[in-house]
Write a protein of this length. Structure first.
Ligand code: NDP
Ligand code: GDR
Length: 348
């Protein structure tokens, strides 16, 4: 047992669930912040949750919200964490164009509120703070691959809010001596990925089409390129960032880039289906070479007002200083996600 205490915002999300699991395995007591919702929102952590009345319970959930400063101060005061992982956010880039103000409130000011809570409670010398920064900061990047010194050029309200949070984290490190570090993480996915992010949207549709529950998958820009890794590997990197002897910012990435189009092809191939592309632009379609059915169509509704076309990360600093590198490759990731969705959608 480490005897350490961690506080995780966003514990009900993809990364929060994997991180809570990892920290419990390492012997931590884990406090997670969950939002009040009219329906259950703890599905991703149900398997690691133990009734708090049980003697061996080490995962505790608290209601909270990054838009509520008083709540954050009280949570930090009551839980007295050694490590805080700020993973909570309105994390959907396209949604941030629809809800820019809320996105700024939760992602930018939310980070400030949490850092201020640490300062108000005079915990700067005892707490370590991890900020969930993102490759979206690079946006229209001038160079590839992107590393810790690549200039930022955000392209969405989401990225602009995360830019504020990034620099606020750096500023609290420099101004108050807080151990505060940014993980600049490139896209990472898993069977627990939210259903509206493109990877999971594809793997769910492939499974549903395979089981004849859906005919067509509608997508936006299939030529966007991303550096996709597995969330399980990336939460291990977050933990290593906070165990390092100095607070520093790190890129976590696989170093490989693939298009959404390639993701679609591989995901369908997992069910034995070969995709042939026909047409151009918004009229392009993906045809199942076996049946001749159109299984993919483009819907301009999913085009973003400004797009991030090409991301590929260089994680050599994390490899050298933290001994971190990804374990799960692209093909393995796609296969795991499709197989998980095939299993889920086979249940009547
Ligand atoms: P998810 O969308 O799966 O999870 C986000 C979490 O934040 C959920 O628990 C959500 O709660 C919670 N949340 C949303 N709004 C608030 C709020 N106002 N107050 C408190 N909690 C809130 O995201 P991921 O797990 O994929 O990502 C984790 C973090 O890492 C996010 O900050 C994201 O922006 C960032 N990131 C993610 C990357 C990725 O590829 N996954 C890459 C780089 C950065 P609820 O369950 O109730 O919705
Ligand atoms: P991203 O992830 O914006 O990179 O942000 P997302 O999966 O939403 O988009 C990836 C790329 O796919 C294109 N795309 C579509 N996207 C969605 N969601 N739905 C579609 O139908 C679709 N068709 C094409 C997008 O245009 C884009 O280019 C994720 C989030 O987890 C952020 O929180 C995180 O910071 C970054 O990754 C790194």
């Amino acid at each position: 047992m480490t005897g350490k205490v961690a506080l995780i915002t966003g514990v009900t999300g993809q990364d929060g669930a994997y991180l809570a699991q990892l920290l419990l395995e390492k012997g931590y007591v884990v406090h997670g912040v969950k939002r009040r919702s009219s329906s259950f929102n703890t599905g991703r952590i149900d398997d690691i949750y133990v009734d708090p009345h049980e003697r061996d319970a080490r995962l505790f959930l608290h209601y909270g919200d990054l838009t509520d400063a008083a709540n954050l101060i009280r949570l930090v005061q009551e839980t007295r964490p050694d490590e805080i992982y700020n993973l909570g956010a309105q994390s959907h880039v396209q949604v941030s164009f629809e809800e820019p103000e809320y996105t700024g409130n939760a992602n930018a000011l939310g980070t400030l509120r949490l850092l201020e809570a640490i300062r108000i409670l005079a915990l700067e010398k005892s707490v370590r703070f991890y900020q969930a920064s993102t490759s979206e900061l690079y946006g229209k990047a001038s160079e590839a691959p992107q590393n810790e010194t690549t200039p930022f050029r955000p392209r969405s309200p989401y990225a602009a809010a995360k830019l504020y949070a990034y620099w606020t984290t750096v500023n609290y490190r420099e101004a108050y001596g807080l151990f505060a570090a940014n993980g600049i993480l490139f896209n990472h996915e898993s069977p627990r990925r939210g259903e509206t992010f493109v990877t999971r949207k594809i793997t769910r549709a492939v499974a549903a089409i395979h089981h004849r529950r859906q005919d067509t998958l509608y997508l936006g820009n299939i030529d966007a390129r991303r550096d996709w890794g597995h969330a399980r590997d990336y939460v291990e990197g977050m933990w290593r960032i906070l165990q390092h002897d100095e607070a520093e910012d790190f890129v976590l990435a696989t170093g490989e880039t693939h298009s959404v189009r390639e993701f679609v092809e591989l995901a369908f191939a997992e069910t034995g289906c070969t995709i042939q592309w026909q047409g151009q632009g918004a009229d392009e379609v993906g045809i199942d070479a076996g049946s001749g059915a159109i299984v993919v169509r483009i819907d301009p509704r999913y085009f973003r007002p400004t797009e991030v076309d090409h991301l590929v990360g260089d994680a050599s600093k994390a490899r050298e200083k933290l001994g971190w590198s990804h374990r799960t490759g692209f093909r393995e990731l796609v296969a795991e996600m499709v197989q998980a969705d095939l299993k889920r959608s086979a249940v009547p």
